[in-house]
Design a protein around this ligand. Structure first.
Ligand SMILES: [Zn+2]
Length: 158
């Protein structure tokens, strides 16, 4: 492995860890990491919007912010980042910060009744677009092309 690929792996790994160790929704230390890369932290209003969205997280910075840092690191190591699967890595990160769901949710819902459980599904169907990477609903009243939560492209480029 060349020194530069080691550098790329080390830096992306460190960014991943910093984001993961940040408080829920990010903190000053994480902001400093972002700024050290010249990556732009989300405006406070967007962070609050995401905190109140249905994309629940237990800890850590928002995936879209980690993506922004990854993009800067990729820019530093253009050769080593060629095969870097940005969406997959961001999704891997999201899996680590989201609350345990799956079986836990099913049991919780089972105890409050199946009616409520199926209602949840009905409600989910009303969203026209969902991010194919992380599943975040696209807020229809807003115009944007990238997922607000993970930063993935919502539409294939025309
Ligand atoms: Zn997404």
């Amino acid at each position: 492995m060349s020194d530069t690929s080691k550098g790329f792996i080390k830096e992306t790994d460190e960014a991943f860890q910093s984001a993961w160790h940040a408080s829920k929704g990010g903190d000053a230390k994480w902001d400093a990491v972002m700024l050290s890369y010249g990556a732009e932290p989300l405006p406070q209003a967007d962070r609050e919007k995401l905190l109140n969205s249905e994309m629940k997280i237990n800890r850590g910075a928002f995936p879209i912010e980690l993506r922004r840092v990854f993009e800067k690191i990729a820019g530093k190591y253009p050769n080593d980042s060629k095969n870097f699967d940005m969406d997959a890595k961001v999704l891997e990160y999201y899996q680590k910060i989201k609350p345990f769901s799956g079986l836990g949710d099913i049991f919780k819902n089972a105890s409050t009744g199946t009616a409520k459980y199926s209602q949840g599904f009905q409600k989910a169907k009303h969203h026209t677009y969902k991010c194919k990477n992380c599943g975040a609903p696209r807020l229809e009243e807003m115009q944007y092309d990238d997922c607000m939560f993970c930063g993935s492209k919502l539409f294939e480029p025309a």
